[in-house]
Design a protein around this ligand. Structure first.
Ligand SMILES: [Zn+2]
Length: 184
C-alpha cells in the first residue's frame, strides 16, 4: 500500500467512535452508547425519574418504575463505528435478542399504554383546569375590563363589546350589514 492509501485509512479510523452495545439487566432491552456506560446509566436514570423529561413516559421507563427495577447496563459488544453504521451495529443485537418483540410481549405493553395514556390525558386536563382557574382569579380585573372593552366588528364594522362578538357575528344584523358593505 502506498502512503496516501494508508493515510486515508488512518483518517477514516480517526473519525470512528467506540460504541458499546448494552443490555439492561433483567429487561430484554438493547441500547448503545458512544459515551461511558456510567454516563449512559445516569442518563437512563434521569429519563426514568424526571417527570419533566420527554422520555419519561416511554414503555421502558414506565416498566422500570412500576417494577422498581435498578437500571444496570451489561455490555454485550464493542465496535468502532461511524455515525452511519452505529444504528446497524445496535440493530444486529436487537434482532439477535428479538428484543423489541420479546420485551414488549413480556410486559403486555398495549394494554398498559392505553392505561397510561388515559391517566396522562386526565392529569393534563386537570392541570390545565387548575391553571385556568388560577389565571382567572389573579387577573379578575383585567378580564373584566377586557370583556367590557368595545371593538369594531371586523365583518360589519359595528361597535360591539368584545365578549359579545361571537354572538353578534351570528346575528342577522351583522350579516345584513356585511352584505351591505360588500355591495357598496
Ligand atoms: Zn358584525
Amino acid at each position: 500500500m502506498n502512503y496516501i492509501t494508508i493515510l486515508k485509512i488512518i483518517i477514516k479510523m480517526d473519525k470512528l467512535k467506540k460504541l458499546i452495545v448494552y443490555k439492561i439487566d433483567g429487561i430484554n432491552y438493547i441500547g448503545s452508547t458512544i459515551e461511558s456506560l456510567n454516563k449512559r446509566k445516569w442518563k437512563h436514570n434521569s429519563d426514568c425519574y424526571n417527570v419533566k423529561n420527554k422520555n419519561y413516559n416511554i414503555s421502558l421507563y414506565i416498566h422500570i418504575r412500576e417494577k422498581s427495577l435498578q437500571i444496570k447496563l451489561i455490555p454485550i459488544a464493542y465496535y468502532f463505528v461511524s455515525n452511519k453504521s452505529r444504528r446497524y451495529a445496535e440493530q444486529y443485537w436487537i434482532n439477535k435478542y428479538d428484543s423489541i418483540n420479546n420485551w414488549l410481549k413480556s410486559i403486555n405493553w398495549i394494554n398498559k399504554k392505553k392505561k397510561y395514556h388515559k391517566e396522562y390525558c386526565k392529569k393534563k386536563k386537570e392541570k390545565k383546569k387548575e391553571y385556568n382557574k388560577e389565571y382567572r382569579e389573579k387577573n379578575k380585573e383585567i378580564i373584566k375590563k377586557k370583556q367590557k372593552q368595545k371593538i369594531n366588528c371586523p365583518k360589519c364594522n359595528c361597535v360591539v363589546s368584545k365578549r359579545n362578538i361571537s354572538t353578534h357575528q351570528k346575528s342577522k344584523k351583522c350579516k345584513k350589514l356585511m352584505l351591505l358593505h360588500h355591495q357598496l
